[in-house]
Design a protein around this ligand. Structure first.
Ligand SMILES: C[S@@+](CC[C@H](N)C(=O)[O-])C[C@H]1O[C@@H](n2cnc3c(N)ncnc32)[C@H](O)[C@@H]1O
Length: 228
């Protein structure tokens, strides 16, 4: 077989799709609130002003998990709009429940690979900020290539940041924190806001898991870089 006859190689993903069980509250939230707050993935640039019905700084969150931090930050920063990407469906249901409980109007969700959402749906220099909190650390050496924070991805990501826009990453896995610091420092369009790791910005809430880790003496590293 010639090279051209080979099937296209599967791109390396930063996640594996897990069959998660949905709670009844999450199923209900998905059915009732999904049509309003979940945007379908489309290979088409979004019109953020039309979606949110206003002009406001837009922050993209990659991998919001169960959405606890997302909802809390959106409540803390009502003048910002938030687009959260998550592939895990129970997480989408959980964030929808929080949107309802906190009566938030400044969040939209895309249940799809954020790498493709960024590439296909987000315009050049559209974003005021990007949040990547506790991305999967992919501990094993042979899995390191699945980590989101890699030079090629960061180079693409910065194209979608407005000048002065920020990228905020947090992790509790020191080798990944070191990789983040190295990769972000080497990206010519980014400038570190701190000398090395940053203090936790006030808007990022402590998660239960993080609190437990801190009591056990585990570290958490925040990194906040700005586009030049
Ligand atoms: C370790 S969890 C952290 C979740 C949350 N940010 C927190 O702090 O609790 C990482 C999450 O990122 C999601 N994820 C990983 N890669 C993703 C991608 N390319 N697009 C969307 N979600 C992704 C995973 O499904 C998982 O829920």
């Amino acid at each position: 077989m010639d090279d051209k006859d080979q099937p296209p190689r599967r791109a390396i993903k930063s996640f594996v799709t897990r069959a998660g069980r949905m709670g009844t509250g999450q199923i209900k939230a998905l059915a009732e609130l999904g049509p309003k707050f979940v945007l379908p993935y489309k290979a088409e640039r979004i019109d953020a002003e039309a979606i949110f019905g206003r002009k406001a700084p837009l922050v993209l969150e990659i991998g919001f998990g169960m959405g606890g931090a997302t909802a809390e930050i959106a409540a803390t920063l009502p003048d910002h709009d938030f687009m959260g990407c998550e592939v895990h469906e129970p997480g989408v249901g959980a964030l929808l429940k929080l949107i309802d409980e906190k009566q938030l109007s400044n969040i939209r969700i895309v249940q799809h690979d954020a790498v493709e959402v960024l590439r296909d749906m987000i315009g050049t220099e559209l974003l005021a900020g990007v949040h990547i909190f506790f991305p999967d650390p992919w501990h094993k050496k042979r899995h390191n290539k699945r980590r989101l924070i890699q030079p090629e991805f960061v180079a693409k990501l910065v194209q979608h940041l407005a000048p002065g826009g920020y990228l905020h990453c947090a992790t509790d896995w020191q080798p990944y924190a070191e990789q983040m610091l190295e990769v972000l420092s080497a990206e010519p369009h980014l400038l570190n806001t701190a000398a090395g790791y940053a203090d936790k910005p006030a808007y990022r809430p402590l998660t239960k898991f993080e609190n437990r880790g801190i009591k056990l003496g585990h570290g958490v590293w925040d990194l906040v870089f700005r586009k030049r």
